[in-house]
Design a protein around this ligand. Structure first.
Ligand code: HAM
Length: 476
């Protein structure tokens, strides 16, 4: 026990992590339900891989010059001496699992979906965390552009089913083993005389991986990039054809897309199609909504000391700016990204297997839903609220609630509250469609009152008929 003079340490979530609070769970539930329903309908099966993977898995696939490998991995040696990493992304682990579990012997393509926590040691800021959640799709074993189109289709249906507006897909092709080296040398040629005007990171990128020069957000580098050669002009016939067919599919499905010839994405395993999904929605009352909507990152006093030092030591330290000052929501928010990875399985020692996939950031989806004030449909809420009145009714409550549970009918309650007014207020706040009211009289008569919350109309029914009547009402 600390003595009175010792100050109690106030624990907070580690920097860049956050609680998903009860009031936000409805958004997360909705994301989970819609993604699961759509993915299953389109034949994707759920897979869960460990949070820990061998460090080499990411070094070999995501690429040694990527931001993830260079700066962001949570890597450590176990007591047994194994080098492990908290997974920073989900595609390489799925390729590993595809090989390890002999998925090659299954009918192809193998279609998988996943969701869970991922970890990157980034500088926390708007929509960027150190532990975040993704849901993703991976389709392995199909080379044709229809597979890419299916990923776009499910992703775009998901976003519209979720109720999100103003979604834009930025699309590009990064070519294949044949054409990319030629583009890379054209790019190096262009940058050769301009390298002196680039930022420190880009000077290094120029040597290590010139394609990543196109990823830089520094103003001076963006200016140089504007006249750089474009990969679309350097694609081989096969890649050009693949890309054209994909765009034809996108036109057919009606996905809103824009070509971005400089989109390369920060992961080395991509070939051919790459894309990013942005929300371009800007709300009128942006700052307040955004401030409320994002899980908070405590900028002032989060684990001061060590973390501060560590931050200052980082290259490219991004100062944490309170959401309001940062003009939250004015920049398009990247909700997700993906692409084709035809060499990934082979790179990990498997038989050459093409693949394509995408992942959406769940924090950003929940944020966009709040920002756009998306209504959560009644079917994913508890439609009933149990209200009791008097001691006898309170005692009989559990019997009725258990009867409902057995019939698989969800109901919310607040048994600790005695006043009918406060219980009805809670029912209203939970946006329940019906309140079931059990008073002294009903408890004695073996009846219960069903109150429609929107109109206030009530009917008294026999408890033994309750399930049957509720099922009819809830089906409507
Ligand atoms: P990614 O672009 O690195 O792609 O991440 C996908 C999405 O995850 C981002 O667009 C963003 O919404 C979310 N995200 C990433 N980092 C953070 C962060 N620090 N905080 C909050 N959200 C974040 C991949 O991870 C690839 N594995 C996607 C893929 C699947 N490619 C092919 N298949």
């Amino acid at each position: 026990m600390p003595n009175k003079k010792q100050k109690l340490k106030i624990f907070q979530t580690p920097r860049g992590t956050h609680d998903i609070l009860p009031q936000d769970q409805k958004y997360w539930d909705r994301i989970r339900t819609v993604s699961q329903t759509l993915a299953s309908y389109y034949g994707f099966e759920r897979i869960d891989t460990p949070h820990l993977e061998s460090t080499d898995l990411f070094l070999h696939t995501v690429g040694p010059t990527s931001d993830i490998v260079e700066k962001q991995m949570y890597s450590f040696k176990t007591r047994g001496g194994d080098a492990l990493t908290l997974r920073p992304e989900g595609t390489a682990p799925i390729a590993r699992s595809y090989i390890e579990n002999g998925f090659l012997n299954l009918p192809q393509p193998v279609k998988l979906y996943y969701r869970g926590s991922f970890f990157r040691h980034e500088s926390p800021q708007r929509g960027r965390y150190r532990e975040f959640h993704q849901w993703g799709l991976e389709l392995l074993g199909e080379e044709s552009a229809i597979a890419d189109a299916e990923i776009f289709q499910v992703c775009s249906l998901f976003l519209s089913e979720l109720g999100l507006k103003d979604i834009l897909f930025y699309v590009n092709s990064v070519g294949c083993r044949e054409c990319r080296p030629k583009y890379r040398s054209a790019l190096s040629g262009y940058y050769r005389s301009r390298v002196r005007g680039l930022c420190k990171d880009c000077k290094r990128r120029y040597k290590d991986n010139p394609l990543r020069l196109l990823d830089c957000k520094e103003e001076k580098c963006v200016t140089v990039k504007k006249s750089a050669p474009q990969i679309l002009d350097h694609l081989c016939e096969a890649c050009k054809n693949h890309f054209t067919v994909l765009l034809e599919f996108l036109d057919e499905i009606g996905v809103a897309y824009m070509l971005n010839p400089y989109l390369v994405r920060g992961l080395d395993y991509y070939s051919r199609t790459v894309f990013e999904i942005a929300s371009t929605y800007v709300a009128a009352s942006e700052p307040e909504v955004a401030r409320e909507a994002l899980p908070s990152i405590n900028a002032e006093n989060r684990n001061a000391g060590d973390e501060k030092k560590e931050e200052d030591e980082e290259e490219n330290v991004v100062t944490e700016v309170p959401i309001k000052e940062e003009k939250a929501g004015k920049e398009p928010l990247a909700l997700g990204g993906g692409g084709r990875y035809d060499y990934l399985v082979e790179l990990l020692g498997g038989r050459p297997t093409p693949g394509v996939g995408m992942a959406l950031g769940m924090e950003r989806l929940a944020y966009a839903m709040k920002q756009q004030q998306v209504k959560i449909p009644a079917s994913s809420r508890q439609k009933l609220f149990f209200v009791h009145l008097g001691e006898l009714a309170k005692k009989k409550s559990f019997k009725i609630i258990e009867m409902l549970r057995r019939a698989n009918i969800a109901i919310a309650e607040s048994l600790g509250k005695d006043s009918i007014k406060s219980q009805l207020k809670l029912a209203d706040r939970a946006a329940s469609e019906y309140a079931l009211i059990l008073g002294q009289k009903e408890a004695i008569d073996g009846t219960v009152i069903i109150r429609e919350m929107s109109s206030g109309t009530q009917e008294t029914v026999l408890q033994e008929k309750l399930i049957e009547i509720l099922k009819q009402k809830l089906r409507r």
